[in-house]
Design a protein around this ligand. Structure first.
Ligand code: IVH
Length: 701
């Protein structure tokens, strides 16, 4: 973190040596580079940055003996870490797990078996993923995941996006002059390790899933999975956007201050680490049980997920005496909260048709209170799920709500007449419907898939509404003002029964709707007009042909530059396009075989929607495909364009980006400071290394 600088004051007056100033500037500028390039969140103005860079250059020029190849003056700020995978690091102390139990009696036993008078620290068990933070001389130098307990991934760049985690422990003493600033005075040891849990708060988790649903990406089942998926991302900017948080609960190192675990946590908090307030030193088993009982309900009000309570012997000497098993310490235990479970009546199974035509069975239950909410519906997923549970309407079923927010049915109450064997053969389930409950079309079940689907994409109401929502979405036609409720309203009023109807909407029809009014009607129509500029590739994506996502649509649009060309494409021609497999090709051919789709297309064309590459407005797709079929790896830093721009150029010119060098790599686009391991691999495999200038000539020539 920035240390106070002595700006333009001559060295002599500050009492700071040139060496010290160079060091401080290098650290500060490197930090800013990171914030600028990786986090997109600089905390210094460009001007200030430039002035400091000049000062550093000046000092380095005067002191060639202090040359360092890693100085920010010698390196271009880079976003390294985006495509290289994480370095593996061996844990200094193995990352053990905890013995756990779901039984309060076992907890009582464990406490009672401890030597008389032992104090126990009770903490919340946070449900995320564990991280080990390494500090050297007060600076965060590694952030290692548990991995296999012996070795983990260093995800430092991603961890640095978590605001609560201090990156430098001197930072908090800003008012102290540099000379006085010393780690020793604050008692912070040179080497320090803090362990804790990385979490994605509920609110962030829900927002992330909402966004993923809109983008038709798979949802995360719970915040833990979301946190772990996020921490593994190679793109720290995206990690920063998602908003992880962290709680630390364990301090490790040699000759650390403090005689008890509690004291160390207090110290950690003083040093600026995020340590939970929900910690209690318990003197006896009753206090432990009271802590458990309190948090069993209170934890539901916390912003992050917890799945139990951790109990630790407080005194470190006593911990030492108790020691470890191969897997876990004997001085700690985790009590896990059982997922709450209730028995209720399964009144009826109804069937819901989703936006993609998948028919999902839903259990309609006698309302029951579960983890603070009233549950009356639960998904039954698909036909196989119902048969496996052996449930049918009229059964009494168990409903559970665990780490997943969605309640689920986990079994049924065995009665005498059901045989008590748990077998599904006695199930009274009358079978899955054969026709769509929304439009009556006969359902199809794709081989190898569990789901039944309604094939009537064009006019089955939920599918049609889904198609409309997709068509107007941000990444597709980006038409504002048409949210799902408005779409449903206009659908019900008979104004929107196909995507082509959007271009026939009239001001007076829209304004006449109670929820809209003149102004919103105008805005919608302006946005509809604007959408006529959307390039062909996005229009193709917007059509919502099954499995044709954003990237695939781009690739198809590059090969078939107009809808007229695309509609005559054969399955084989389509399959020749990268990423287009048999299923997608069949979906496209099937789409154009349906006369109702052809009518829609004719209407969209007549309305002025871009159904072909527009050479003037859509240059990207018009460029010669000189890199067609080439797999290219980018490495190092560049001067003419940014790394992102080169990636885009590779795609625009028909090539494919790849993160690692392999036999399939056609060439490496190498800038300055290309990674040595990549260079070695390239030599080994005889892969060509192309310079920035050569590359530009290649595509421009
Ligand atoms: S102490 C040697 N304290 O639970 C003791 N762990 O299986 C190290 N966890 O891997 C762990 N909250 O990821 C500890 N307050 C807490 C915790 C906690 C969550 C996680 C941690 C650990 C797992 C135990």
């Amino acid at each position: 973190m920035p240390v106070t600088l002595f700006d333009s004051l001559p060295i002599e007056q500050t009492g700071v040596t040139a060496e010290q100033e160079i060091k401080a500037l290098r650290e500060e500028l490197a930090e800013q580079n990171y914030k600028y390039y990786v986090l997109s969140a600089p905390t210094m103005s460009d001007r200030e940055f430039d002035e400091k860079m000049h000062r550093l250059q000046e000092l380095e020029a005067k002191h060639p003996e202090l040359y360092d190849a890693n100085s920010p003056t010698q390196r271009v700020g880079s976003d390294i870490g985006k495509i290289d995978s994480f370095p593996r690091i061996r844990h200094r102390y193995p990352m053990l797990s905890l013995a756990n139990t779901y039984s309060r009696e076992e907890v009582e036993d464990w406490v009672r078996k401890l030597p008389q008078g032992v104090e126990i620290v009770a903490e919340l068990k946070y449900d995320g993923l564990s991280i080990s933070l390494w500090y050297e001389k007060g600076k965060l130098v590694h952030a290692v995941t548990r991995g296999d307990g012996t070795e983990g991934d260093d995800v430092l760049a991603n961890i640095k996006t978590i605001a609560e985690i201090p990156q430098s422990l001197v930072e908090r003493e800003k008012t102290v002059s540099l000379k006085e600033k010393s780690l020793i005075s604050s008692g912070i040891p040179d080497r320090l390790e803090l362990r804790g849990e990385v979490l994605l708060p509920w609110e962030r988790f829900e927002a992330l899933n909402k966004q993923r649903e809109e983008d038709e990406e798979p949802l995360f089942a719970n915040p833990r999975n979301a946190a772990s998926g996020t921490l593994k991302l190679q793109d720290s900017k995206e990690v920063a956007r998602r908003g992880l948080t962290c709680y630390l609960y364990y301090m490790l190192g040699e000759q650390l201050p403090g005689k008890t675990h509690y004291e160390r946590l207090e110290l950690a908090r003083q040093w600026g680490f995020p340590v939970s307030e929900a910690i209690k030193v318990c003197k006896d088993v009753d206090e432990v049980m009271a802590f458990i009982a309190y948090w069993d309900t209170e934890r539901k009000n916390l912003p992050v997920a917890t799945d139990g309570i951790v109990l630790k012997v407080n005194n470190l000497a006593e911990q030492e005496e108790l020691g470890y098993t191969a897997k876990s310490p004997r001085w700690a235990i985790a009590y896990k909260f059982a997922a709450e479970r209730q028995l209720t009546l399964l009144k009826q199974i109804t069937y819901q048709v989703g936006r993609t035509g998948v028919v999902t069975p839903v259990a309609n239950l006698e309302p029951v209170q579960l983890s603070g909410t009233m549950v009356q519906r639960a998904t039954l997923h698909n036909e196989d799920f119902i048969r496996q549970l052996g449930i049918a309407e009229g059964d009494r079923v168990y409903v559970e709500k665990g780490g997943e927010i969605i309640p689920k049915i986990v079994g049924k109450e065995e009665t005498d007449d059901s045989g008590g064997s748990g077998s599904s053969s006695s199930s009274g389930f009358s079978g899955f419907p054969r026709t769509c409950p929304e439009c009556g079309t006969e359902l199809v079940r794709v081989e190898g898939e569990a789901a039944w689907r309604c094939p009537n994409e064009v006019s089955c109401p939920p599918q049609l509404k889904g198609k409309l929502e997709h068509f107007v979405s941000r990444k597709a036609m980006n038409i504002e003002g048409l949210g799902s409720e408005t779409i449903a309203l206009l659908y019900d009023k008979g104004l929107l029964h196909s995507i082509a109807d959007i271009y026939d909407l009239r001001q007076e029809d829209l304004a006449a709707q109670e929820r809209l009014g003149e102004k919103s009607a105008q805005n919608i129509l302006a946005s509809v007009e604007q959408s006529k500029q959307v390039p062909w590739a996005r229009v193709l994506f917007a059509l919502g042909i099954r499995m044709v996502g954003e990237t695939t649509a781009k690739k198809i649009a590059k090969r078939f530059k107009s809808i007229d060309a695309l509609q005559w494409a054969s399955k084989e021609e389509l399959m020749a396009i990268e990423d287009v497999g048999e299923q997608i090709a069949e979906n496209i051919v099937g789409y154009f075989a349906d006369i109702r789709n052809l009518e829609i297309i004719t209407r969209l064309q007549a309305a002025g929607v871009q159904m072909a590459v527009n050479e003037s407005t859509d240059e990207r797709l018009a460029v010669p495909q000189v890199l067609e079929g080439k797999t290219i790896v980018i490495s190092g830093t560049f001067s003419e364009h940014s790394r992102e721009e080169y990636k885009q150029m590779i795609e625009d010119y028909g090539g494919k980006n790849s993160g690692s060098v392999s036999k399939k790599t056609d060439f490496i686009l190498a800038g300055e400071n290309m990674g040595p391991s990549k260079l070695e691999k390239a030599r080994e495999l005889g892969v060509r290394v192309v310079s920035e200038a050569e590359f530009l000539e290649m595509i421009q020539g």
